[in-house]
Ligand binder design. Sequence first.
Ligand code: SAM
Length: 312
Amino acid sequence: MFSYRHAFHAGNHADVLKHTVLIAVLRHMVQKDNTLTVFDTHAGAGLYRLDGDYAQTSGEAVNGFLRLIAPIPNPAPSGKPMPQAANSTKHTLAPALQEYVDMVASFNAKGSFKVYPGSPFLIQRLLREHDKLKLFELHPTDSKTLSANIAQLEAGRQVAVLREDGFEGLKKFLPPPQRRALVLSDPSYEVKTDYARVAATMADALTRFATGTYVVWHPIIARPEAHDVPRKLKTLATKAGKGWLHATLTVKSSKITTDDTGQEHRPGLPASGILVINPPHTLKATLQTALPQMVKLLAQDENAQFSLTSTD
Ligand code: SAM
């Protein structure tokens, strides 16, 4: 356990999907005056350096967030033409993607992208003074880094960092006193039990607080339990009489390839999804314009695609 460090993946295509959706949901929710409590059950370290050792090792932001800044033509390894490949540095981003890029830019000196803000910082930036943020992070090093990063905000009692299991820790806070909450659940799924636990946590949360908005990220990989996550969450929401929205983004084939020397190459994470229970009514339209552009800009081969389904 605990070999996952988000610093290796910060700004990758999964972060683009997750953080674009997170910002769009939160923007909508802060339009109402009433106090909002946001829970991030798997918060990570909070801030990441795109030029640091971790990020350099995998360079995942290069094929993720950084492509929104300067799209690059990226021919398919198969040699087949990629009709959707980006081939121009001049492009107008969909409003939700522009908002996401602007938000990341606001953590950086003009013209440079050295810092990538994780979900705790994106969320905190959008909150009003009277809103609250509770961050769970279990990794000893990352929770220390998160606490130190959050301390710099001087946000006082608005933000709490809890070195606790986020699945379990959420329970004691639901329902929140003001009865308005957004829960982001973004496990690393490095332990197989995360797949079942995320669904069980949402089932429990819906019984405690059915009107909350729940945003769950999941990987799309060849494991039955990974496919079960969105299916189970849709069933839970439907049984509770609540609406849901499910967006997925695929950037490349999931096939393992073999090169001329016989060496196998695993594709890394090819796709991910985000399931929102009680989504804002504006979210579907927002993503209808943003998702095709994510495919266009983040495609790594001709298998890139998106899906968007919802109860309305
Ligand atoms: N939400 C972050 C973001 O978008 O910037 C990224 C989070 S990362 C995918 C998942 C994090 O969950 C890791 O930092 C990991 O240490 C932490 N973690 C793993 N199991 C946990 C648990 N049971 N409770 C709380 N945190 C956990």
